[in-house]
Each structure stands twice: as C-alpha cells, then as structure tokens.
Design a protein around this ligand. Structure first.
Ligand SMILES: [Zn+2]
Length: 490
C-alpha cells in the first residue's frame, strides 16, 4: 500500500487529499472565510469587571473585548489547611480576577456581529487521540467509547503513560482500539506542545497569541502522518516550510517525507484528484462491471443503492450479482470515506441466495473500511440484502461543505413538471378572480411553462377565459424557475 498526502494551498482555500495506491481516498477543505479564533490561546488583560453579570471583559488583541464568565474561570487551588467553602458556594467574579490583571485565556466561541469572542481559562489542547487539560488532574474517557473492557484498557494504558504527570487528559473517541505505542506518541507530543505554550506565555505581551489551533495542513498531519505515509507534497513553499518545521518538531523521524511540489501541473491533477472530487459530488458511482451505485444523503441517513447495469441474462445470474455486489462493497467503502458521509448508512445490495456469497460481500465491505480514519460498525445483512452500518465523523460531508441546496427544487432533487405547474396556475387564476375584482389577468411564468400553455393548453385557456369572463395574457420570464409563477390582476 503506497500512501501519500497532497496539500493544495491557495490564498482563500486549502485542501488536503489522501491518496492510496494512486486513488484519492479522502479530502479535507478549509476556507479562510470560515476560519475563526476558536481554540486559540491568548495572553489577555482584564479590562472591566462586571459584578452584576459575574463576568469580565478581556482585551486579547482583537477588535472587540472578549467575554469571560466566572463559571469559565479555573478556581485557584485552596491553600493548605483551608476548608472548602460550605455548600460549595461559587466564588464571585471579584474574588477570582481584578481589573488590569493579566490572564491566559482560550477562545471557545468566535466573535459574531457586535458581540466579542467568548473565553475560558480551562485550556484544552487536542492531539490525535487525546486532549490535554493543563489545569485539570483528571483522566477522562470519551463517553462514545462504550465498551467497558476497552474503557478499562485505555484507562490502564494512559495511567501507566502519564504516571505522576500533573496534567489532565481526555481520551478522544478515535482512540478506540489504538495501541499503547500510538497513545504514548500523543502524550509526548502534547508534553512538547504544552512546554512551548508555557514558554510563549512567559514572554508574550498582552494581546499576543500563545497557542494557535493548527491550520488544516498541520492538523491533518497531526492526525494522519505516520510511518505508512511515503510522501507529503505541498504546492506552496510558504506552507511547505511551516509543515517541515512542524513535522521536524513533533515527528522528527518523518520530516524527510515532506516535499515541496513545484510541478507545472496543478497538484490536484496528480492521480486525477480534481476529477475524483467532481465525481464525489454526483449521486451515481459507475462500477467497472457495468453496475452502479446511487448515493443519497438525507437528513436522517445515507443510502447506497446497488444496481446491475442492464440485462444480466439468466445463466449465471447468481454469479454476476455476486461479482457486482463484491465490487459495490469495495466502492461503497471508498465513497463513504471520500464523501465523508457519517451517521447511519444503509447499503442495499442486489439480492443473493447463496449464504457464503452474502458473507463474502460483508467481508469485502469490512476490508474496505479498515483504512478509514473514522470509526465504522457494520451489522449483518438482512433477509432483503440490506446492510446497516454507522460511521462516526466530526466534520460535515464533502457535499455539505462544497454545495448548497438547489434553489430551483429546494434540495428535493426533482422539479414539478411544466404540466403540474400549468394546472397550479389554472387553479390560482380561478381562486384569484373569486377573491379580487379585475378586468384582465397577467400570468408570468418560466419560458418552458408559458411555452407549454400556449402550445398545448390553448383550448383550456379559452375555456377558462370564458368561464371567468376575463382575458388572460401569458408572459414568459427568463429568470423564473420552472416552479415559479405569478398571477397578476390588472
Ligand atoms: Zn434542484
């Protein structure tokens, strides 16, 4: 298996592609317009204490002062011998901070409109499998890891790794099933990051950033770079330098894998990645065997329908269906990852009678999902050939990131036919003349609908005019969508 990461940088957009054996398997997109401050840590100064709101405004160098509530401030540790306050009374804001005080804060919510950013002093710094909580002493495990045995194993592994380490950790969902070695790597990585942050805090001035949530290229390498990745190619020299520095600092044994790509062809033309992205936005996925998949993402779930192409013949029907299903299982696994589809997924395979064939198709699907970074669970095939599965992911699907619902059909994917719209217009006319007084009517609709009415419905229009004793004029409007029309009384 040869594995490669491509990083494509333009001023407003960065894309990361994961290529395995010459095929694009994963794509991540980050746009400047959506990039905020969340996750960044700043050295700030308390500008104003507002006892009434139990909050303070903090200057962190952004346009507007940021907001910090008492409940988001780490309580100072109690001095030795001091009893905790009776009834667990929360300290008031003025007991916690005072005006002019320097304070290290993390942005938890971006500024919106006239509202400043929201802050917390409970810092959290993520790695691939862990989150470091420098101010907590807890070891927490994501509730989404639900197997007791696995929780116990992770607790034991982490306990041994962090030992007397006074920092807190949370084990992220994607740590499930990870080796002690991978987790040890993360503990070391976070230790290094935290040392750098502390150094930054020591020398930073008020309003300076001391930790920045990683940009997409670095975040991707943090989460994906390992021994198996042969090459990381970056088409921007500036980002290449940052990437090399980052990898050298945190994964020094892998820094020789990073290359600056200065080729003539756009980097996403390598391995046909650009075309793959275009194809990943289509519903239909052709299979080599002549069959195809129909991938449909709805609010509740994703469905993948497997179809054979055309007439199969009856001689080797079971065998042909089996071959198509095998190819479909492989293609479905790849599409889920490429399109970053999550939640419940239902794959509707073509009916097979042979038990062993059914088992092999499931096995092929599971094999295809092995390399997915997101956690997947596959359930046995039902009598009707349906396979239910789940795929966990943390970001929007590729389609939701790159597309918006079609305004012509409001995302349904189909439009009312010109005929349907014609009869809606006729109903609207009879309703309107009953309600309002008018001499004449003007109907504005799309050229296709108006064309159809004039060509095919002239008799109906004449009858309608007679019935309402008014004349109707139809006017084609270029910019009207097929479903859109207006009935105007003149
Ligand atoms: Zn549409």
């Amino acid at each position: 298996m040869s594995e490669e990461i491509l990083i494509n940088v333009t001023p407003r957009e960065t894309r990361v592609g994961v290529v395995e054996n010459g095929m694009l398997q994963e794509v991540h997109v980050e746009r400047a317009s959506r990039r905020g401050y969340v996750g960044n840590v700043y050295k700030g100064r308390v500008q104003r204490v507002m006892p009434g709101m139990q909050a303070v405004f903090v200057d962190i160098g952004l346009e507007r002062a940021a907001f910090l509530h008492a409940s988001d401030i780490v309580r100072p540790p109690l001095a030795e011998g001091v009893e905790p306050p009776v009834g667990g009374h929360a300290p008031s804001i003025s007991e916690l901070v005072h005006e002019g005080q320097e304070i290290v804060v993390q942005v938890v919510k971006d500024p919106i409109g006239t509202k400043g950013a929201r802050l917390s002093t409970h810092l959290s710094i993520p790695s691939r499998y862990l989150v470091l909580l420098p101010h907590a002493k807890t070891l927490g495990i994501s509730a989404r890891i639900d197997e007791e045995a696995e929780r116990a194993r992770l607790k034991e592994v982490l306990g041994a790794l962090i030992g007397e380490n006074p920092l807190g950790y949370i084990v992220r969902t994607n740590a499930e099933g990870q080796s002690a070695e991978s987790l040890a790597f993360d503990v070391t990585y976070l230790g290094k990051v935290w040392r750098v942050v502390q150094e930054n805090i020591a020398k930073a001035k008020v309003g300076e950033r001391v930790y920045e949530e990683l940009s997409l290229p670095l975040r991707s390498l943090r989460d994906m770079l390992n021994e198996d990745i042969e090459k990381v190619r970056v088409d921007s020299y500036e980002v290449f330098e940052k990437v090399v520095k980052f990898v050298h600092k945190f994964m020094p044994n892998l820094d020789d894998r990073v290359e600056h790509y200065a080729g003539e062809r756009p980097i996403f033309d390598l391995y046909g990645a650009e075309d793959e992205i275009q194809r990943a936005l289509k519903k239909e996925v052709p299979l080599k065997s002549g069959g195809y998949l129909i991938v449909d993402q709805t609010e509740a779930m994703t469905t993948i329908d497997v179809n054979t192409g055309g007439y199969l013949g009856s001689r080797n029907l079971e065998e042909t269906v089996y071959r198509t299903n095998l190819e479909a299982a492989q293609a479905a696994a790849r599409q889920l990852r490429l399109r970053n589809l999550g939640g419940i997924v239902i794959i509707d395979f073509i009916d097979m009678t042979d038990e062993e064939h059914r088992r092999q198709v499931i096995r092929m699907l599971e094999k295809g999902l092995l390399r997915d970074h997101a956690k997947t669970t596959v359930y046995p095939m039902s009598q009707l050939g349906l396979v239910e599965m789940t795929r966990k992911r943390t970001t929007e699907s590729l389609e939701r990131q790159l597309c918006e619902p079609c305004p012509a059909c409001s995302g349904r994917g189909t439009l009312k036919t010109a005929e349907t719209v014609t009869y809606e217009i006729f109903r609207e006319i009879t309703r309107a003349v009953r309600q309002f007084n008018a001499e004449k009517l003007l109907v504005m609709a799309s050229p296709k609908v108006v064309g159809r009415i004039l060509e095919e419905e002239s008799t109906a229009v004449a009858e309608l005019e007679e019935f309402i004793s008014k004349s109707i004029r139809f006017q084609a409007e270029e910019h009207y969508s097929q479903e859109q029309f207006d009935v105007v009384l003149l």
